[in-house]
Write a protein that binds this ligand. Structure first.
Ligand SMILES: [Zn+2]
Length: 232
C-alpha cells in the first residue's frame, strides 16, 4: 500500500521530544511509528537530520477576535484562519464582541454561516447574551449546536440586571448543555473614571463563584489582570 505522506523527524508527544515517523493518508494521521519504520508514500518529508526542527500537534487558540462582519475590511474568517494556520494553529474559538455583536441565536447562526464559508481551519464560536436572558435560555438547545461557550461581560450583562436569580437559571442551563462559561470579570461599582482597580475584578470573580456554587459548570475567567484575582 502507498500512503499519501510520510513525515520523519523529532515530534513532541506527551511531554517528550522523540524521533518518529508520521504516516498520513486522506488528510488524517493514520499511524505514528519509530523513525526507522518504512512505508511507501507519495510524498516524503524527512527532517530526521534536522534536530532544530520539532513537529508539534496542531495548536488550539481558544480566545481570538476575528473581525469579519462589518469589520471585514480589517480581517475576516478567511484571512484570520489563514494566519492561524501559518502559525501552526488548527482550531480557533472566536469571541462575540464583533460588529454586530454575536448575541443570541439569530446572530450566532449568521456568523456560523459566514465562518463556515470562509474558514480554512476548524473553529468554535462563543455567543454573548442578548437583553432577554429568558429567550436565550429557551434557545439554548439550538445555540448549543453552534456555540462552544457563552461569554459574559459581567459589568454589562450581570451587574446591570436587578434580577440576579435569572443568572442562576442561566448557569444551570449552560451546564445542562455542557457549554463553557467564559467570564470577563469586572464589577463597575469599583471603577474610578477610566481606572479599573483589582478590587473590581476580585469582587466580580467572587460573585460568579458564588453564583456557580452547586452547579457543575466549566468556568473560565478571561483577561485576568490582578494577582488577587488569580489567587481566587
Ligand atoms: Zn479578548
Amino acid at each position: 500500500m502507498t500512503y499519501d505522506i510520510l513525515i520523519r523527524g523529532l515530534i513532541y508527544s506527551y511531554g517528550h521530544i522523540i524521533p518518529q515517523s508520521i504516516i498520513i493518508d486522506n488528510e488524517k494521521i493514520v499511524d505514528i511509528k519509530n523513525i526507522t519504520y518504512n512505508v511507501n508514500a507519495d510524498k516524503i518529508m524527512d527532517f530526521s537530520l534536522k534536530p532544530s526542527i520539532i513537529i508539534f500537534p496542531g495548536f488550539i487558540d481558544m480566545h481570538v477576535h476575528l473581525r469579519d462582519l462589518k469589520l471585514s475590511y480589517k480581517e475576516d474568517f478567511y484571512t484570520g484562519t489563514r494566519a492561524a494556520a501559518k502559525g501552526g494553529i488548527t482550531i480557533v474559538a472566536d469571541m462575540p464582541n464583533t460588529v454586530p455583536e454575536t448575541i443570541g441565536l439569530g446572530l450566532l447562526e449568521e456568523k456560523d454561516r459566514i465562518a463556515d464559508s470562509k474558514a480554512l481551519i476548524d473553529y468554535g464560536l462563543y455567543v454573548g447574551l442578548p437583553i432577554s436572558i429568558n429567550r436565550f435560555i429557551e434557545d439554548l438547545s439550538l445555540i448549543s449546536l453552534r456555540a462552544v461557550g457563552v461569554k459574559v461581560y459581567m459589568y454589562k450583562d450581570f451587574y446591570t440586571r436587578d434580577d440576579k436569580n435569572i443568572f442562576k437559571v442561566l448557569l444551570k442551563a449552560i451546564a445542562k448543555y455542557k457549554l463553557l462559561l467564559i467570564v470577563h470579570a469586572e464589577n463597575p461599582f469599583f471603577f474610578k473614571n477610566d481606572i479599573r482597580p483589582a478590587q473590581s475584578e476580585v469582587s466580580a470573580i467572587n460573585d460568579i463563584i458564588d453564583m456557580k456554587n452547586g452547579i457543575n459548570l466549566k468556568l473560565h475567567i478571561t483577561h485576568l489582570s490582578s494577582k488577587e484575582g488569580l489567587r481566587l
